[in-house]
Write a protein that binds this ligand. Structure first.
Ligand SMILES: [Zn+2]
Length: 165
């Protein structure tokens, strides 16, 4: 599709008025995201709206998302219609991937955090990596691998680089 994610649609082809129920369904998770976003803003993080999603970047988020730089690095996390990115580079490389998680939250609503954790537990019990083997992550990586600025189709998960959560 297009090169940049400016205005990346949450649900391509769906009339905007049909999105309202999805926002309501995801609202409990979004409220958690807004609370975290507010705290991040106090630390100097920047906020912007893109494609119906509030994006928060910078401030203390790099230290909060990846307190131990020697281990794997969590570069972004989606909480409903709020996506937190550690850095601008992370926003560029993980935006499309995180939008898949936003759409997943629209489908699962308040159940999404529990479904996400259950998917990690199932992956672990099957001998897979709890992050990369998670069904929600597999979908997100299939549709929007990290480093790609857009997904092939138009969906609380996180994105990490370089290993395990
Ligand atoms: Zn992810």
């Amino acid at each position: 599709m297009r090169a940049a994610c400016q205005g990346f649609p949450l649900s391509p082809g769906r009339p905007r008025f049909l999105s309202a129920p999805l926002y309501l369904w995801a609202l409990p998770v979004t409220i958690v995201g807004l609370a975290v976003a507010g705290i991040a803003r106090l630390s100097g993080a920047r906020a912007s709206l893109d494609g119906g999603t509030l994006e928060i970047v910078g401030g203390h988020l790099p230290r909060v998302l990846s307190p131990d730089s020697r281990s794997s690095r969590l570069c972004a996390i989606a909480l409903g219609h709020v996506v937190l990115f550690a850095t601008e580079d992370d926003r560029r490389s993980a935006r499309a991937h995180e939008r898949v998680h936003v759409r997943q939250c629209e489908r699962w609503g308040v159940l999404f955090p529990f479904a996400y954790l259950a998917a990690s537990a199932i992956a672990f019990l099957r001998g897979r990596d709890a992050y990369r083997g998670n069904a929600f992550e597999r979908e997100a990586f299939d549709l929007a691998p990290l480093g790609h600025e857009e997904a092939r189709q138009g969906n609380v998960g996180g994105t990490q680089e370089g290993g395990r959560l």
